[in-house]
Design a binder for this molecule. Sequence first.
Ligand code: ADP
Length: 407
Amino acid sequence: MTSTQAQVPSDRHPLVLVINSGSSSLKFALVTPEGGEIVVSGLAERLNSPDALLEIKSAEGSKESYAISTAGHAEALDEMLRHLSSYHIDAVGHRVVNGGEKFNASILLDDDSETAIAACSDIAPVHAPANALGIHVARKKFPELPQVAVFDTAFHQSIPEHAFRYGVPDEWYETHRVRKYGFHGTSHWFVSTQAAALLRKSPEELQVLTAHLGNGSSVCAIREGKSVDTSMGFTPLEGLVMGTRCGDIDANVLPFIQQRTGLPLSEIIDILNKKSGLLGISGISSDMRTLLAAEVSGNEKARLAVEIFCYKLARNLLALTAALDRVDALIFTGGIGENSSVVRHRTLDHLRILGPVLDPELNASNGASATDIRGRISTVDSRLLVLVVPTNEELVIARETANLLHS
Ligand code: ADP
C-alpha cells in the first residue's frame, strides 16, 4: 500500500479533484473514483477579464455563481478551493489535451513531466500552455498531493503509422512531428470498455466504432481494445463537422479566402475553429438542440446544418471501417450522441451499407428501455448493433489517477 492510500481513513471514500484547464477557463470536478459520483463540480470562465465568473454545481444539480473579477488560473483555483474546504482531497488528476508522441499512458507528475507537457506547446500551441498552467498552479497549491496527467491523445498512440501519417513530405513528420494525434481518447476508450461489459465480452474480443458527439466531435475505430484510427488529426479541427469547427477541408481554401477577403491567415484559422461547423452553416447557433428546434419551426439553414453534420458523420464512420474486419457495434456518446434520436436516425440512414435497423421506441428512449443490452437502440435482428453509452471523462481521469497511485 502506498503512503497515499494510507492517508485515506477506512470509513471514507477517496476523492480525486479532476482539473481541466483551458486558456481562459478552469473546469473542475470532485469525484469518487470507486463509485463514480461527482460530489461537486464547477467552472471558472472568462479568466483574466473583468467578467471572470465561477460557477459551482452541487451533486443535486443546484448552481451558484460568483463574480471573480480579473482572476487568473491561480486565483480561480484558490476561490474554488474555498468552496471545497469541507472536503478532503486525496489526489489531483489533470486532463491534458495533447501529449504528443511522448505520452502513451497516464503519468504521475513531477517537475520533469511538467516541463515535458509544457514542451508539447510546439505541436499544440493552443492547448498545451493552458494545460501546463493548470498543472503548475495545482502543483504549487497542493505540493503534498500526488497529481496525475491523463492525455486525450494517449489512447490513440496505438494507431499504426499508415493511418497516422499524412500524405505530406516525409520531413514534415520526421522534423516537425506533423501527424494525426487524435483526441477524446478517454471517452472513446471508456465507452468501448463499457460496451464490452454490457455485451459480456472482453474488449479484446471486439471491433467497434465509437462516435463522441458533443461541441467537439470525433469518431474512432477500436480493434481488440486499441484505437486503430480516428477522425481528429494534428489538432481537433480535422474530421467531422462540429459545433464551431469545420472538420475536413481542402487546404487550398485558405489562400483562396485570404486572397478574396484580405483576411490574415490567423483570422481565417480562427473562423475555421470558432465560427464554422453548425454555427457557420446555420448562422444561428453551434448548439444541436437549438438547431433541431429551429428546423422544426421551418428554418432551412438549420435543417441543412444538421443534415451536413449527419452525412459527414456517417462518411467518417464508413472511412474508419477500413481499419476493421467487421463492426461488432456502433456506439453513440457525448451530449448529441446520448440525447438526440433524430441525429442518430439520420446518421444511420446514411449507413445503410452496414445494415442497421433502428428500433424507434428504443431510439426515442436513448436505449434506456432495452432490457437485454442496456443502451441498445437497434432491433434484435439488425445486422449492425447500435448502442448509446453515456461517457464520463471525469470518472476516467479520477480512476486513472487512483490506479496510478495504487500501482
Ligand atoms: P462538450 O463537448 O462541451 O462536453 P456535450 O457533450 O455536453 O459538450 O454536448 C453538447 C451538445 O449536445 C450541444 O450541441 C447540445 O445541443 C447537444 N445536446 C444535448 N442534449 C441534447 C438533446 N436532447 N438533443 C439534441 N442535442 C442535445
